[in-house]
Ligand binder design. Structure first.
Ligand SMILES: [Zn+2]
Length: 59
């Protein structure tokens, strides 16, 4: 199903992965300030997307 939430989730996932690759501060345990913001919005979208999948499966 193509809609805004999935697109935003995929985009955030890509942005997060690209930041981690390009940043020499961010590791699995540590994140820079920008990396933290990026990761937070990615995690929020991931939660929202997973919650919606779960709700759809309950029907
Ligand atoms: Zn970083």
């Amino acid at each position: 199903m193509a809609d805004g939430l999935y697109d935003r989730y995929m985009k955030a996932s890509r942005v997060n992965a690209e930041h981690q690759r390009g940043c020499n501060v961010c590791t699995a345990e540590t994140r820079c300030t920008a990396g933290t913001q990026i990761f937070k919005s990615f995690a929020r979208l991931q939660d929202a997307y997973n919650n919606r999948l779960r709700q759809q499966n309950q029907r």
